[in-house]
Design a binder for this molecule. Structure first.
Ligand code: GLY
Length: 249
């Protein structure tokens, strides 16, 4: 019928997806550390799309030149456009980008929030106080602020319920969650606490995030912890960070 009267031609985007988040008070723009997540469920970036199965920061694909290009071509024009339209945007702006082999940058999406699970490795590296930053952004006082970062790499592995992103069961009791430290944190997403028992209560259940001297080191530390945590039908990828490790080596 008429369904064929209109044809939509879309550009096929090749490259790697990168998350680039800035904090702004509407005038000053503070880029956060770069990060990259693995969107698909299975190893080698295969299988169905999810909200993210793991992430790391920094993303080696975002070189100094690429960082500058993202600011010039994407972030600054966006902020100028918002101002021109009379909007004083205060908060986090997260651009989902595709960067190809020739360093061409395409915008996939903008979000008015942090990314999940990119935030977990970013916050492991952030040494400035997040609450102060939010407050200063809300008051238009970011001009004097300098963000402080831990130079190490942080890597987070999402532990999910078997079946996710399709149907999955809830209510399995989780064993082996270690106590947290400055270099290892287990972020809870889909969990529930009852009578001193932590049970699964969502698709993406935990994000085990570790700091290391490089991506390979952070990966080993994160998986050492992941391998000690368990529940019935627990699922996780075993290759989070592989692109960054290839780049580093
Ligand atoms: N990790 C993708 C997102 O937060 O949208």
């Amino acid at each position: 019928g008429k369904a064929g009267n209109k044809i939509v031609i879309e550009e096929f985007l090749e490259g790697e997806e990168v998350s680039f988040t800035v904090l702004t008070d509407g005038k000053t723009i503070l880029p956060l550390a770069s990060s990259q997540d693995h969107k698909t469920r299975d190893n080698e970036d295969k299988g169905p799309n999810t909200g993210g199965m793991g992430a790391y920061s920094p993303a080696p694909i975002v070189s100094k030149e690429t960082h500058q290009k993202i600011m010039e071509k994407v972030i600054n024009p966006t902020m100028e456009g918002l101002l021109k339209e009379g909007m004083i945007y205060r908060g986090f702006l997260y651009a989902g980008l595709i960067i190809d082999e020739k360093n061409n940058i395409k915008v996939l999406e903008f979000n008015c929030r942090f990314g999940d699970p990119e935030t977990q490795p970013i916050l492991m590296r952030l040494e400035s106080d997040l609450i102060d930053l939010c407050y200063q952004a809300s008051k238009g006082e970011l001009e004097e602020v300098k963000l402080k970062w831990n130079p190490e790499v942080a890597l987070g592995v999402v532990m999910a319920a078997g079946g996710y992103p399709g149907p999955y069961k809830k209510g399995h009791s989780i064993k082996g969650i270690p106590s947290e430290s400055e270099t290892l944190k287990v972020f809870h997403a889909g969990t529930k606490a009852k009578n001193n028992l932590i049970t699964t209560n969502g698709g993406r259940v935990l994000c085990v995030t570790a700091l290391g001297k490089n991506t390979a080191d952070a990966q080993i530390k994160a998986y050492n912890c992941v391998n000690k945590i368990d529940w019935q039908d627990c699922f996780f990828r075993t290759d989070i960070g592989y692109r960054a490790i290839e780049r580093e080596s």
